[in-house]
Design a protein around this ligand. Sequence first.
Ligand SMILES: NC(=O)c1ccc[n+]([C@@H]2O[C@H](COP(=O)([O-])OP(=O)(O)OC[C@H]3O[C@@H](n4cnc5c(N)ncnc54)[C@H](OP(=O)(O)O)[C@@H]3O)[C@@H](O)[C@H]2O)c1
Length: 326
Amino acid sequence: MTLRISLSNSQSMPAVGYGFWKVERADAPHLTYQSLQLGYRHLDCASDYGNEAEVGDGIQKGLNDGVCKRDDLWVTSKLWNTYHRPEHVELACKRSISDLKCDYLDLYLIHFPITLRYVPFETRYPAGWFFDPNSPAPCLEYDPVPIIDTWRAMEDLVTKGLVRNIGVSNFGVSLIRDLLTQARIRPAVLQIESHPYLTQSKLIRYCQAENIAVTAFSPLGAPSYVPLGMAKPDDSVLELPLVKELASRHQKTAAQIVLKWGVQRGTAVIPKSSRVERLKENLNLGGFELSESEMTTISNLDRNQRFNDPGVFCELAFRSFFPIYE
Ligand SMILES: NC(=O)c1ccc[n+]([C@@H]2O[C@H](COP(=O)([O-])OP(=O)(O)OC[C@H]3O[C@@H](n4cnc5c(N)ncnc54)[C@H](OP(=O)(O)O)[C@@H]3O)[C@@H](O)[C@H]2O)c1
């Protein structure tokens, strides 16, 4: 049986999803289709990943071939930073739905609490971070849009039946608390970076108390960031003797131990892989449980190490200082 994470509104999402950041466009149709055949029913997408149309081809083929029904599938997409103005939210959402060929979204998230100047689709899609990558000194151009204005437009998407749930990503407690003071529809889900080196226990505890489900992105930690120069290979929790020891004790892989820890602490996990064997491995988390003391041992690895920090990468890669966690 598929493990599921309950939402406050009696809906639920599959606890293990397939994350599509950095899945090559050429690979996305067949990997999406194969993931559905393997049993994935939760797909984590975003306009910014630049592959929604190709993921959509895989979804369409899966639905047409009867691999699964639309109702059994959970599709998430994310509103990019350049579309926070209320008049752009529905346009961006409709573009994702049309690319993904899935009629509606199960979840639409504000990708970052970062508002950037609008870039029309005709100019560039996905828009990326730079306002004008061809200018002599490209940089980010901030556009001051209050989060509540964007949220009202997100709420309208639910009312219009374009999306079933709305939520936020890369938000901290203070922003969520403020949003809750005004939201007509509460955020159903918070998506954040979380792995054994960044357990985010206080933020997750706060969300659990507020009935906001949490999805952990980059649930394996460093490996996603090593090729980007944002982590070192020895930052990988998968290489730790302690994790390897638990893996051999349970006859599982290190990745399965780390993902199981994520699910057992009540978060959804959305590992990415471009290798079918690993997709199979990452979904196969049944048939074993980590004991309370094993869970604590893994949680104690926390060193508050964040790999995906706009306060760091925007400066290194986009010549713009844009801290959000300080
Ligand atoms: N909301 C946000 O701002 C945000 C930010 C980042 C990510 N995300 C979402 O979260 C998803 C997952 O995060 P992520 O892609 O950063 O990191 P991740 O899923 O934790 O790790 C992916 C990396 O681990 C490798 N890998 C996958 N399965 C493995 C296994 N069983 N054993 C060993 N290595 C394995 C992959 O390589 P191969 O592909 O070669 O297997 C890839 O290098 C993303 O795809 C995206 O959907 C959201």
